[in-house]
Design a protein around this ligand. Structure first.
Ligand code: SAM
Length: 197
C-alpha cells in the first residue's frame, strides 16, 4: 500500500520520502483519524488525493465514518497561480475519480464534489451534510480563502473546541496552538489573539 500511495496519490510536499516508503505527514493524517474516530471528515483541495487517501484509509480501518472531498479540479496551467498552487486538474471525470479511490479500497468512504469550498459551504445545510469532525484545509492558499474555510468549518464543527478538529497541512503539527487561536476567534467572550493562519 505505501508504494501505491506514494506513486498514485502523489504527495506534494508532505515531508514524504518515497525512497524509504515514508509517507511523512501522511502517517499523521492517518493516525489523526485512527485516534479521533471521526464520524465525518472534510478535505478541501488535494492535487492527487494524498491527504484524502491517508484519512480515508483511517476511516476504512476504523470501519466507520465518511469523508467529503471538495476540489474544483483547477489546473495551474488552465486557471493560473491565483486560483491554485499545484492544481493538477485530476478531478474532472467522476468515473476516473471513483477508480482513483478504488485503487486504495476507499471508494465507498470518499465522496467527491467538484466545487470550491465556498460553493460547498453555501450549500452545506441544503445538502443535509453532517457536522464536521476533522477538516483538512488545503485548497486556495490565499489568506482570505484559508480564513474563510476555517470560519465556515468552525461554524459546522461537531465540537466547538477540539485540538484536532481543524488543520491545514502547514499547521497540523501545531494544531494545539491552532485550536486555541480558533477558540479565541470564534468565542467573543475570550480575549487574546484572533484567528492565525
Ligand atoms: C496545492 S493543491 C493541494 C496539494 C495537496 N497538498 C496534495 O498533496 O495533494 C491545491 C488543490 O486545491 C484545489 N483548490 C483550489 N482552490 C480551491 C477552492 N477554493 N476550494 C477547494 N479546492 C480548491 C485545487 O484544484 C488543487 O487541486
Amino acid at each position: 500500500m505505501l508504494p501505491c500511495i506514494l506513486e498514485h496519490a502523489t504527495p506534494l510536499g508532505h515531508h514524504e520520502d518515497a525512497a524509504t516508503f515514508n509517507l511523512g505527514f501522511g502517517f499523521l493524517y492517518y493516525g489523526l483519524v485512527r485516534s479521533l474516530r471521526p464520524r465525518h471528515v472534510l478535505v478541501i483541495g488535494s492535487g492527487f488525493g494524498f491527504s484524502v487517501v491517508c484519512m480515508a484509509l483511517g476511516l476504512r480501518d476504523n470501519a466507520a465514518g465518511s469523508l467529503i472531498f471538495v476540489d474544483p479540479s483547477f489546473s495551474v496551467f488552465r486557471h493560473g497561480p491565483f486560483q491554485t498552487v499545484g492544481g493538477q486538474a485530476h478531478w474532472d471525470d467522476p468515473q476516473k475519480v471513483r477508480l482513483h479511490f478504488a485503487r486504495f479500497g476507499v471508494e465507498h468512504v470518499v465522496a467527491h464534489g467538484k466545487m470550491t469550498s465556498a460553493d460547498l459551504f453555501a450549500r452545506y445545510e441544503h445538502l443535509g451534510l453532517p457536522p464536521i469532525d476533522p477538516a483538512f484545509i488545503d485548497g486556495n492558499h490565499a489568506y482570505e480563502h484559508v480564513a474563510h474555510d476555517f470560519m465556515e468549518t468552525a461554524a459546522r464543527s461537531r465540537r466547538r473546541v477540539d485540538p484536532g478538529a481543524l488543520a491545514t497541512r502547514y499547521q497540523l503539527v501545531v494544531s494545539r496552538r491552532l485550536a486555541i487561536s480558533i477558540n479565541h476567534a470564534c468565542d467573543p467572550t475570550l480575549s487574546g489573539p484572533g484567528l492565525s493562519v
